[in-house]
Design a protein around this ligand. Structure first.
Ligand code: GUN
Length: 293
């Protein structure tokens, strides 16, 4: 079993990015600028956005955090988005999800200018991704592709089983790995909450990607010998023995699954840091107008 060290890879690639950003600044006199909108006080969302801001500073970007109240109306939120769409100083921005229940996430996503949609959530970017056209890849799938590449994990011709069909991870990674691309050319099965005989399917996965948001859901008897296991879950669970009284755990029962695998990502320190890196890379592409010249 080899541990896939997403923290180390993300630090390495952030250092490379930092050099590229410096060179870009010297050449153009501009500094890439990412903005993040956060609505309300969800502690997990605040922590994620805090990490994104920290990474901006690490790689030499400017960042602007826009904190809006929990009870903001959908209309006012959309007006904030339009300001960012029209602000030439902002290269890209994200609206941290989830949003409060009274706000329609679809409407909000549609309000974002696809050229500045560095999360890759707008249907224009999603559609371009599905057709293999230049686009901002959603950050988590992007991070997974980079990890597979960095560890030289063969994907072509392999059976990839993805568990979970969210718009931001399960569905896009299943499309990306089946594309005629590198990494890609896999045979992909997308399993989800209505899948029957799930274990029979996960056991076929040369590469198993867990993105369902249920702590320790993937057990040892669901994993093929020598599989590559990518755990996208970030679940906070009670842990009375920890100082905080809780800890982060993935969707994979790591302690029991790891010995069966050829490679596995830990939580934390696996996919999570790569997601932030994906966002940084997209923001740099936005600054350079690489996707939408
Ligand atoms: N919530 C969970 N993951 C993400 C993400 O990648 N981007 C945004 N904006 N919200 C999220």
């Amino acid at each position: 079993m080899k541990l896939i060290d997403g923290k180390a890879v993300s630090e390495e690639l952030k250092n490379t990015l930092k050099q590229d950003v410096l060179e870009y600044q010297q050449r153009t006199g501009r500094t890439p600028h990412l903005a993040a909108i956060i609505v309300g006080n969800n502690p997990a969302s605040k922590a994620y956005v805090g990490n994104k801001v920290k990474s901006c500073h690490q790689v030499g970007f400017r960042s602007t955090l826009i904190q809006l109240p929990e009870d903001i109306t959908e209309q006012l939120l959309i007006e904030e988005i339009q300001k960012l769409n029209n602000d030439p100083d902002i290269d890209g921005f994200i609206v941290q999800l989830p949003l409060p229940a009274h706000i329609d996430e679809v409407k909000v996503t549609l309000a974002i200018d696809p050229k500045k949609d560095v999360d890759g959530f707008h249907p224009v970017n999603f559609g371009r991704m599905a057709q293999g056209l230049p686009c901002y890849l959603p950050a988590t799938p992007y991070g997974i592709l980079l990890l597979l590449d960095r560890y030289n994990i063969e994907v072509s011709g392999k059976h990839v089983v993805v568990v979970g069909r969210s718009n931001i991870v399960g569905t896009p990674i299943s499309i990306l790995l089946s594309r005629k691309a590198n990494p890609g050319n896999a045979t992909v099965t997308l399993a989800h909450s209505r899948t029957k005989n799930l274990s029979e399917i996960t056991l076929q996965g040369d590469i198993l990607i867990a993105a369902i948001g249920i702590p320790d859901f993937i057990k040892e008897d669901m994993v093929k010998d020598n599989a590559v296991v990518i755990d996208v879950g970030i679940n906070r669970v009670a842990a009375p023995d920890q100082p905080k009284g809780s800890k982060l755990t993935g969707d994979v029962d790591f302690l029991n699954v790891r010995s069966k695998t050829s490679y596995i990502t830990p939580v934390p320190g696996g996919v999570g840091p790569m997601t932030v890196l994906g966002l940084m890379l997209n923001t740099f592409k936005a600054a350079k107008k690489e996707i939408y010249p």
